[in-house]
Design a protein around this ligand. Structure first.
Ligand code: SAH
Ligand code: SF4
Length: 416
């Protein structure tokens, strides 16, 4: 039997658990009229330079545009009443304020929303790329889970995204664009009417209050775009989401962890999932490059750690694989000395997976050991399973599930 991997055809036996990383296949091709959405201040100034705005005026113009784009959510230049008519017309001729196109919006019974977004592909005639973005509302916050890549070059064995063949990095605009889409859809701009609906937050002044880079892709494999996007997101004159409310999740790209700390300053989450290298090699194959001890050393050195600013260790609960009481005790020993939170994630099944979610009693036993060792160990309740939005289930419609598979997944969600 052969399987197709990134346009090459290789014997399945050769790929069996040995595929550490896939080669990125696609490159970004800009649309004819570029969008200004997602640009940093420096990139905006450069864009203005290309249409003849003199350097002496650029700072002031950037400040104006910044406010309209990121604080007000303007979708057209004609809304920008503080900008001269002439400049608005010039901007209109050269740029857009386009967000990624929303192909599908799904709203779960629990209020979770998922948007399937369409992004341009490399060659004319080639199908466009698609990426997913998920919004998880709670009473006091609304968390938006962003994707950093179409697909993922890594191949974690329990992750649905890892089975997707098509891979390309998102641009900063496409990453920030996901926030713009969510704010548009949720009426979350200054002066617009907030969306109402089951599950949406009723406290706080923001519908999108928190950001997690936990969607499709490995953010530290698209570091510069992610860094620029997060710095735009945290800018106090614009989208203004505090760095303490932004979390970047990595599967453990050790050499990039220090840079992530220094250049973004956001909160770090690490997908640990196993306490022994032999098992982690199997679950997170990147562990063969960067084993647990090196990963934890990089975590210890993450800048700004304190009891108020901890690293979140994510641990997916896989039945009979990593969920024993001995694993829980080893986990606690392993994290000793690191300001840490532990997030136990019930495994979200997907069609064709060989794993099952741990039994509830087992998760409780595990969680109790972790709790008794002094860690708050909230078990992340799976959200939005009826729309396939939960962790690790993000896989765009480029590889559509059959109707039967969707039904099977819904049925699983119902029987929880
Ligand atoms: N690539 C990054 C971020 C995206 S994955 C990373 O791996 O950290 C976000 C989180 O979802 C990770 O902790 C990942 O391990 C977890 N995850 C992946 N598949 C899952 C599944 N099927 N069930 C539960 N969690 C899963
Ligand atoms: Fe990629 Fe993260 Fe999924 Fe691993 S868990 S395949 S790193 S998205």
């Amino acid at each position: 039997m052969t399987i197709s991997l990134n346009s090459e055809t290789v014997p399945a036996s050769a790929t069996n658990a040995l595929v550490l990383e896939k080669t990125p296949l696609e490159r970004y091709v800009a649309p004819a009229k570029p969008s200004l959405v997602g640009l940093t201040r420096a990139a905006l100034a450069e864009a203005l330079g290309t249409i003849g705005v003199p350097p002496a005026q650029q700072r002031m113009r950037v400040q104006q545009l910044w406010h309209w784009i990121y604080a007000r959510g303007a979708t057209g230049f004609d809304h920008m009443t503080s900008v001269s008519k002439e400049l608005r017309a010039t901007l209109e001729r050269h740029f857009t304020l386009a967000r990624p196109e929303v192909v599908v919006e799904q709203v779960s019974v629990d209020g979770t929303r998922k948007w399937l977004l369409r992004l341009p592909s490399e060659h004319p005639g080639e199908p466009p790329h698609e990426v997913e973005c998920v919004y998880i509302p709670e009473a006091d916050r609304g968390t938006l889970c962003l994707s950093s890549q179409v697909g993922c070059t890594l191949t974690c064995s329990f992750c649905h995204t890892g089975t997707q063949r098509l891979v390309r990095n998102l641009t900063p605009g496409e990453i920030v664009g996901q926030i713009m889409v969510a704010r548009d859809r949720l009426g979350d701009w200054v002066g617009t009417e907030r969306a109402k609906g089951p599950g949406l937050p009723t406290e706080g002044d923001r519908t999108v209050s928190n950001i997690v880079m936990m969607g499709m892709g490995e953010p530290l494999y698209n570091f510069e775009a992610v860094r620029d996007a997060l710095n735009v997101t945290a800018d106090g004159d614009g989208l203004s989401i505090s760095k303490r409310r932004i979390t970047l999740s990595t599967s453990g790209v050790v050499p990039m962890i220090a840079r992530a700390g220094a250049e973004t300053g956001v909160m770090l989450a690490v997908s640990l999932h196993a306490v022994r290298d032999d098992l982690r090699n199997e679950l997170v194959p990147l562990n063969r490059k960067y084993p647990i001890a090196e990963l934890l050393e990089a975590c210890r050195n993450y800048p700004g750690l304190s009891n108020a600013r901890r690293i979140t260790f994510e641990y997916v609960m896989l039945k009979g694989v990593n969920d024993s009481a001995a694993d829980a005790k080893a986990l606690v020993r392993l994290l000793k000395g690191i300001p840490a939170k532990i997030n136990l994630i019930p495994f979200n099944p997907w069609p064709g997976t060989r794993y099952e979610c741990s039994d509830w009693e087992q998760i409780e036993t595990f969680s109790e050991i972790v709790f008794n060792a002094g860690y708050a160990s909230p078990v992340r309740t799976p959200r939005g399973r009826d729309i396939l939005a939960a962790c690790g289930q993000l896989k765009s419609a480029t590889e559509k599930l059959s109707a039967r598979e969707r039904l099977a997944l819904r049925a699983m969600a119902m029987t929880d």
